[in-house]
Every structure is written in structure tokens, then in C-alpha cells.
Write a protein that binds this ligand. Sequence first.
Ligand SMILES: Cc1ncc(COP(=O)(O)O)c(C=O)c1O
Length: 447
Amino acid sequence: MAKLPTVFSLRHLLVLSLALNLSLILKLVYEGEHRRSSSNNNHSCFEAQRGTSTNSNPDKSRMLISLPNSTCTDQTARGGTNRIINLDHGDPTVYETYWRQTGEKSTILIPGWQSMSYFSDVSNICWFLEEEFGREVLRLHRVVGNAITEGRHIVVGTGSSQLFLAALYALSPPDAPQPISVVCASPYYSSYPSMTDHLKSGLYKWAGDAESFDKDGPYIEVVTSPNNPDGHVRGSKVNRSQGYLVHDLAYYWPQYTPISSPADHDLTLFTVSKSTGHAGMRIGWALVKDHEVAKKMTKFIELNTIGVSKDSQLRAAKVLRAVSDSWELQGNSQEDESFFKFSHKLMANRWKQLRLVVEQNGLFSLPKFSTAFCTFFNQVLEPQPAFVWLKCEGNVEDCESFLRAHNILTRSGTHFGVNPKYVRISMLDNDENFSQFLDRLSAIKSQ
Ligand SMILES: Cc1ncc(COP(=O)(O)O)c(C=O)c1O
């Protein structure tokens, strides 16, 4: 038998053994990852089901934190009607498709040495406001025409949620004998009551529906327009001399409602969460007329979080710039689709499909909206809110439970200060969940 040269065979055996070991290690790593990710998914599914089965949870509005996934797949019935569709929260993942194709235009790189200081501009009332972010906020409002910015201070916050609390703090008389009442016309955004009362502040206290508010003295009224949950355009309801108004205009953007005129209020809140869909960036801003109010809001944020993440502000600036550029430079190249054209078309399409399903099914009803001239798109348009405010008609008294029995998770009217025949359903979820939701809704027969 021919003898192989020793050097040749040893080298080959060594290479072969290395290759075998490497493939074994890769296989173990891959299987470990796979196991981890599927166990995480099951955890989210469990959380979602557990969370919504307790109807009495008063803080359900803040469940966004414990409900990361809007779908839960029953492993035994993937894609079937056992799959739970969670449209209880308003997580704006619908815009992901747009942002995926923007590439560099919405991407930032932050070197290790950057954004290290607490301070941004010590000469500004809001000393932690990044100049670039402030500039892009002003530009976007000018492009869209949805707010007057002249004579306003910009206060940046960790989401408009932090700014809401900062506004309550800033507007409350510091030494009043009792807390100032905070009201909002029902149906109101379900987080307002819990955010107002969570820390049992001695400065302010939730006092419910603005329509029935009849207490003398100072009060704070929150005006949400277009409104979460029902999408209607609103003005203040109480209209008394000692009232302070906070305008929450989270949804005053062209994809949701016709822009009728630039908002001109004392204190207005906006957020990237609903305008561009970047809820995870946690950036909001307030336009504040009064110098002292802006100072007190800034103080609140200073005491609360010593400012607002610079990294997030820089990222938000880049995203807002991409939105403004996509409108002002549209047509310059084929990829430059305007964000608002994209999002408006998408919402229009969803509302059209939903109306059709609701009409054919006959068990539910939707709010009716009037058309209005939109100065941004330069045409008469209909509102197409971020949420559906759905009413169960007939003898269904608890619409949330009724839909839950069909594995659709929604938020009951009771969380918004009205009766349980209504539910709020997110229109901002991804395409797959939205189309599953429509299929599920159209298949429902009466009880
Ligand atoms: C009316 C309204 N205001 C404020 C917020 C919270 O916004 P942010 O994510 O900026 O805290 C929401 C979120 O759903 C909202 O609907």
C-alpha cells in the first residue's frame, strides 16, 4: 500500500478538525439564539394576554411598556383565528416601511466623544435644547403650517408625556389652598387621569370631564385636537376666565387631519411619536408663549431627568430634517417620496378598507367626520385618525369583551370616561396585523 507523506496528511487532518469544530460551535450559537428569541416571543404573548384579561387595571393606558408585541402567535394555530391581535395601544409601527427606505437620510452616527456635556446652550431658557433639534422643529412647523412659532419658546421633553407633567407643574399656583383641577372633555386620552394623579401631587388633581366641570376658581383644561380617541377637531369647553389651556396637538399632522390653520395657543405640545412614528426616540416639544411658564417647565425637567437625551434630540433632528426635505425637495429624485404623501395615502387606504368592512358587517358604527380644506395638501380632505373609535351596535354592551372573544384586543370606552359600548382601536399597527384585523372583523356575526 502506498504510504502518504506525513506532512501532507497531518496538515489536512488539522484543517479538517478545525473546520469540524468551527461548524459545531456555529451550530450551538445559532440554536442558542433561536431558543432565546422564541422564548422571548412567548413571554410577550403571555404578557399581552395577561394584561388585557384584567379589565379592572386602572393603569392600562401605560401598558405599552409591558406589551411590546402587537401579535401573539398561538404556536398551535399560527395564522389562524387563535392568533391574538393587539390593537389596544397606539404603537406607530405603520411607518417603518417608509423609514426603512430612507437609508442615510434618516441615519446618524454619534462618535464616542460627542454629546458628553449635560448642557446644550446655557443662554437658552431650555438650556438642554439641542440647537439643531430646535432649528428643525421651527422648519417643520413652517413647512407644514400647523403652528405659529414666532414669540414662542421651545421646551424639549422626554416624549410629550413628560411635557404634559411639566406643564401641569408650571401652570399650577404654587401656594393655593387646594390642588388646581385638571379637566378634559370626554372621551379623553386615557393616560391623562393616571398621569395627573399617579404621584398624588398637592399642586394639581384630575377632575374629569370638562363638559360637566362647574367648580369656581382656576383650572387647567387639556384640549386634544384632533382628539385621541375619537379623532374629532376640538376647542376648549369650559371657557371661563381663570382657565389655563394645554393644547395637546400630537395628531395635528397632515396624515391624520386637514391642516386648517396654524395653531396659535399659549402652550402647545407635539411629539415625534405620532408625527413621524418614532415613539421609541422619546422626544416631544412644547411651544410656550410665556417666559415664566417655559422657565418652570424647564425646571421641572431639570429636576426630573436633568435634561433630555442629546442623542435622541440629534436623531430626532435628522428625522425631522428628512421629513421637511422629503416635502420641499420632492420630485428631485425618484426615491424622494414625501413622508406626508406616503403616510396620508396609507391612512386613506386603511380607512377606506375599514369603512367597507364596517358597512358590510352591520354590527358596528364609526364616527362621522366633516371634510375641510387642508392648507398643506391644498385640497378638501376628510380626517383619517390614528385610532378607530368603534361602537358596538345592538345588544352588545361591552364591546371590548365582545372583540376579545374574537381575539382582537382593544381599549374600552371606560378608560376614556365614557361607556363600554365604545372601544378604541389602533390604526397604526403593521400591515399584517391590520389586514388580519379587517378579516377578523368582517367574519364576526352577531351574538
Ligand atoms: C394625545 C396624546 N398625547 C400624548 C401622547 C404621548 O406621546 P409621547 O410618546 O410623546 O409621550 C399620546 C400617545 O399616545 C397621545 O395620544
